[in-house]
Design a protein around this ligand. Structure first.
Ligand code: PEP
Ligand code: MG
Length: 558
């Protein structure tokens, strides 16, 4: 058995056949002009027709949004003006793959300029272009293929948009060659409850149909697993299912409450929580709603979406995070700046400097949704750096009519001055993904810097502990909504530091609830102290793990 190792996301384990997803093709610079332009034009026309047929077949096999997206894209691939313009160029002597790119580019510009519904179609057209070009170059069509049976999707990388249209009935798990634990694709996979291994560097050798066992807790992908590995995956699934029977509120063994909350990205995610034992939503990543949008979402549309989410949660808490656009989550209607260091640029709350109407429309939509539903939304801004920004955001949100206002602690500057920030807001929520990125000056998308981005880095632990202490002193809630909240060992350390809520992918709730339930507050404090006394990240985790109850280590494969 060959075992590939990477970074696991989640605690699940699955076994299934590989289905490879392929990247967008790159057109080589030196493609020759066809000797017979007429034959090349016919071939190009056939490539468009083949793409349209494949997309129609996939659309027929799909339901809901996926069906709509695929049908619209199939129609586009058969559009006579598009095919006609591209074949005319080839007849006039152009290289076919380039002709497709140029013609599609012109249409994309037109669509984008037209705005509204037309602008939304630009993404479909880009998808047609990439599929036709792949065919012409003899490469597999990009993106996740149609899945005929439950499969483990293996890719070099998946964009958040690819991940968002996965056919959830057929995807068992995800293996990605690149990325890291906190790249957004891994987060979305975790969100969907799919066992995922990222940074599985040797996954390039996996082929369609290879059978693999994906163990997210161990971060391993076993090729051709033997019976023992298959049985272990089944045992793990049964153990996790048994833990899910506990539906109580989050608390330590001696009853110290630690709110357990879910991270969501869409109103459908909120709807899925209706039957989930969770005390609310600690992070609604609202930018996920608009990843494919070409134009700024209108007030009414946003209001409708937020009202759905508020209704789905009923009496439970829900924290809306205002748009966190930029860096690896570009939105087509903002961030037109050509930034050299986008993660350090006009990202997230900073967009208020260049596009203040985005924030104000969003706050108005959240307030209007609250009015419509009788819900009581909490709202927080991402990537706040100063006390002035926190105060300014709080004033804007309160002026819009929102009662509970907070900011995220993602930049060390704010963690260091948490007491001053807390004087202006009702709560803070620590985004440990970005806090680690900015504390360690390590791009969270660079899997090869995983050691620096380790959530157990002593400097990051110090900033989290300092923020928690400021919250305790101010008598205000301090939550954690980064990926570290989903780690059953880290959750204990966070509770021990005084963190009041943990927000995570719903699939992680059962493990964290069980871990908390199995330790007293005093034990959590001892775990936090042991981790903080360590000098390095591996030592911090080892020191914490050594104090975790043996039955928890066993059940969760820690
Ligand atoms: C974080 O940075 O930890 C966070 C929760 O926000 P995001 O992952 O969406 O940047
Ligand atoms: Mg963040």
């Amino acid at each position: 058995m060959r075992v590939l190792t990477g970074v696991g996301v989640g605690r699940g384990a699955v076994v299934g056949p590989v289905a490879r997803a392929y990247p967008v093709p790159v057109v080589p610079a030196d493609l020759p002009v066809p000797a017979d332009p007429e034959a090349a034009a016919v071939e190009l026309s056939a490539a468009f027709a083949a793409v349209a047929a494949t997309l129609h077949a996939r659309a027929d096999a799909a339901t809901g949004t996926l069906h709509e997206v695929l049908s619209a894209t199939a129609l586009m691939a058969a559009d006579p003006s598009l095919v006609g313009a591209a074949t005319a160029k080839v007849r006039a002597g152009a290289v076919p793959a380039r002709a497709v790119g140029e013609v599609a580019g012109q249409f994309i510009d037109l669509f984008t300029a037209a705005g509204g519904y037309m602008a939304e179609r630009a993404t479909d057209l880009a998808s047609v272009r990439d599929r036709v070009v792949a065919r012409l170059l003899g490469l597999p069509e990009p993106g996740v293929p149609a899945l005929g049976r439950p499969s483990v999707v293996v890719a070099e990388d998946l964009s958040p948009a690819d991940t968002a249209v996965l056919d959830l009935d057929k995807v068992l798990g995800i293996v990605i060659e690149r990325g890291g634990r906190t790249s957004h694709t891994a987060i979305i996979a975790g969100q969907l409850g799919l066992p995922c291994v990222v940074r599985a560097t040797d996954a390039a050798g996996l082929e369609d149909g290879d059978v693999v066992a994906v163990d997210a807790a161990r971060g391993t992908v076993t090729v051709d697993p033997d019976e023992a590995v298959v049985a272990a995956a089944q045992t793990r699934r049964a153990a996790l299912a048994a833990l899910a029977a506990d539906t109580g509120d989050g608390a330590t063994a001696d009853g110290h409450p630690v709110q357990l909350l879910a991270n969501i990205g869409t109103a459908q995610d909120a709807a899925r929580l209706e039957d989930v034992a969770v005390q609310g939503v600690g992070l609604f990543r609202t930018e996920v709603l608009f990843l494919g949008a070409q134009t700024a979402p209108a007030l009414e549309d946003q209001t409708t979406t937020y009202a759905h989410a508020l209704s789905a949660l009923g009496e439970r808490k829900i924290v809306f995070r205002t748009l966190d656009a930029g860096a690896d989550k570009p939105l087509a209607f903002v961030n037109q700046l050509d930034e050299e260091n986008p993660a350090l640029g006009i990202r997230a709350y900073r967009l208020v400097r260049t596009a203040p109407e985005l924030l104000h429309t969003q706050l108005a939509a959240i307030a209007a949704a609250a009015e419509q539903t009788g819900g009581r939304p909490w709202v927080m801004a991402p990537m706040v750096a100063t006390v002035e920004e926190a105060a300014e955001f709080a004033a804007s949100a309160r002026a819009a009519g929102i009662g509970t206002v907070g900011v995220m602690v993602e930049i060390p500057a704010v963690a260091l001055r948490a007491a001053d920030v807390l004087a202006h807001v009702d709560f803070v929520s620590i985004g440990t993904n970005d806090l680690a990125q900015y504390t360690m000056a390590a791009d969270r998308l660079r899997g090869e810097l995983a050691d620096l981005l380790d959530i157990w880095q002593p400097a990051v632990l110090d900033l989290v502990a300092g923020t928690a202490a400021a919250g305790l002193a101010a008598g205000k809630p301090v939550g954690v909504c980064g990926e570290s909240a989903a780690d059953p060992v880290m959750a204990l350390a966070l509770a021990g530091m005084g963190i009041t809520s943990l927000s995570m992918a719903p699939a992680a709730l059962a493990g964290v609830r069980y871990s908390l339930r199995s330790h007293s507050l005093e034990a959590c404090r001892a775990i936090a102290a042991a981790a903080r006394a360590a000098r390095t990240a591996p030592e911090a985790r080892a020191a914490a793990l050594a104090l975790v109850a043996p039955e928890v280590r066993e059940a969760l494969a820690l």
